[in-house]
Design a protein around this ligand. Structure first.
Ligand code: SF4
Length: 348
C-alpha cells in the first residue's frame, strides 16, 4: 500500500488534479483517484459508469436505456458536489463522509464554488478523457467509440447531494445549451431552492428512501433534524414540477431496513404523483459492504420479490407495472401510459 501511495504521488493525473484543486485533502484526493474519479475543479467529478463501459463494449445498456431510451455509452455520470451530502443512507454504495471526513469538517480550507460554465466544460472534457482509454480496446467498435466521445446525456447522480451546489440550475442550463439531456437525482431536501427554478432537468428524480420519519432517522441518518419535513415539502412540490418535466420517485429497498409500511410509501406516491416510480433493490457493493452498516448480500431483494412489491404498490396507487430489468433488480411503474406516450422525450 505504501508503495502504491508513493507511486500515486508521481502519477501524472494525480499531480494535475492536485495542481488544480485546493480544497480536497490529499489523502482523500488519492483515494478518489484510486477509485477512478476524474476530478473537475474544486468540487465536481465524473466517473465511468459500469453500464457505459459495458455498452461501449457492445454489451447491454443500463435500465434507463431500457426504460427511457438513453444511450448508456454516451452517458456522462457526474456530480457537482463530490464531498457533501446531508444524508448518510446505510445502503449507499458511494464514498461516504462517515469514513474519511466528517460532514461538519467540510468544506475544507481554500474552498470556493466553481462557476457552472466551467464545470460543464470540465466534466465533458473529463468524460472524453475517460472514454479515450477505450480507443485501443478490440471489443469496442469504432462507431460506438466515436459516439461515446461526444456525450449526449448527463446523469447527475454520482455521489453527494447535487442540490447543495448553489448554481445547479445554471449548470443544467449549460448542459442543455450544449445539446445534452440531463437526469438529476436529488434526495429532495432543498424544495425552496428548486421551487424557484425556471430550468428543470430533462428528468427529475427524487429518492424515496423511507416510508416514514422513524425509518428515515435510522436508515438515512440525516445530518440535521427537519430534513424529513423538507422532503415532504419536495413531494408536495412534485406535481407542479411534473407539469414542466418528467418526474420519478426511486425506491432503494433494503431488507429489514426500509422495506416496511408499504402503505406509507403509497401515500408518498399519491402526494407526489410522479410520472414514474422505480421499485429497486439495493445492491450490496462498495460502501454498503462496510461492516458498521450491518448489511449483507441477503439485504438485497430477489427479482421476484421486487416484482411482488411493485405489483402491490401499483395496486395501492393505481399505477401500472410497465417494465422490468433483471440485472438491476428494478421494476418501473407508470402513471398513465397514454398521457406518457404524448410526452415521450426524444433522447437521441
Ligand atoms: S443513466 Fe446512470 S446507469 Fe445509465 S449509463 Fe448513465 S450513469 Fe450509468
Amino acid at each position: 500500500m505504501g508503495r502504491q501511495r508513493k507511486d500515486l504521488e508521481k502519477n501524472k493525473y494525480y499531480k494535475s488534479a492536485r495542481g488544480k484543486n485546493r480544497s480536497i485533502p490529499s489523502p482523500l484526493l488519492k483515494l478518489l483517484i484510486r477509485q477512478k474519479y476524474h476530478i473537475a475543479g474544486e468540487h465536481s467529478a465524473a466517473k465511468l459508469c459500469h453500464w457505459s463501459g459495458e455498452a461501449l463494449k457492445g454489451g447491454e445498456g443500463c435500465y434507463k436505456n431500457k426504460f427511457y431510451g438513453i444511450s448508456s455509452h454516451r452517458c456522462l455520470q457526474c456530480t457537482p458536489v463530490l464531498l457533501f451530502c446531508n444524508h448518510a443512507c446505510v445502503f449507499c454504495w458511494r464514498m461516504m463522509p462517515e469514513r474519511k471526513l466528517k460532514f461538519e469538517d467540510m468544506p475544507c480550507k481554500g474552498f470556493s464554488w466553481d462557476e457552472p460554465e466551467k464545470i460543464a466544460k470540465w466534466l465533458i472534457e473529463a468524460q472524453k478523457e475517460i472514454v479515450s482509454g477505450f480507443g485501443g480496446n478490440p471489443k469496442v467498435k469504432k462507431e460506438l467509440f466515436g459516439e461515446a466521445m461526444e456525450p449526449m446525456h448527463v446523469a447527475i447522480s454520482l455521489t453527494g447531494e447535487p442540490t447543495m451546489y448553489p448554481h445547479l440550475e445554471k449548470l443544467l442550463d449549460e448542459f442543455h445549451r450544449r445539446g445534452l439531456t440531463t437526469f438529476l437525482v436529488t434526495n429532495g431536501t432543498f424544495p425552496e431552492q428548486i421551487e424557484k427554478w425556471k430550468t428543470y432537468p430533462t428528468q427529475f428524480y427524487v429518492s424515496m428512501v423511507a416510508p416514514n420519519e422513524q425509518v428515515y432517522r435510522k436508515a438515512i441518518r440525516p445530518a440535521s433534524t427537519g430534513l424529513w419535513k423538507k422532503y415532504l415539502g419536495m413531494l408536495r412540490l412534485m406535481p407542479a414540477i411534473g407539469e414542466k418535466t418528467r418526474t420519478v420517485l426511486r425506491m432503494t429497498l433494503t431488507r429489514g431496513v426500509n422495506d416496511s409500511d408499504l402503505e406509507d410509501y403509497a401515500n408518498q406516491v399519491r402526494v407526489a404523483q410522479p410520472h414514474y416510480v422505480e421499485v429497486k433493490s439495493m445492491v450490496f457493493v462498495g460502501g454498503a459492504r462496510l461492516k458498521e452498516r450491518g448489511l449483507s448480500s441477503g439485504s438485497m431483494f430477489e427479482m421476484d420479490e421486487i416484482d411482488g412489491i411493485a405489483e402491490k404498490l401499483a395496486g395501492m396507487t393505481g399505477y401500472a407495472v410497465s417494465e422490468r430489468h433483471v440485472p438491476s433488480r428494478v421494476v418501473l411503474l407508470r402513471r398513465d401510459a397514454e398521457a406518457e406516450k404524448k410526452r415521450m422525450i426524444k433522447w437521441q
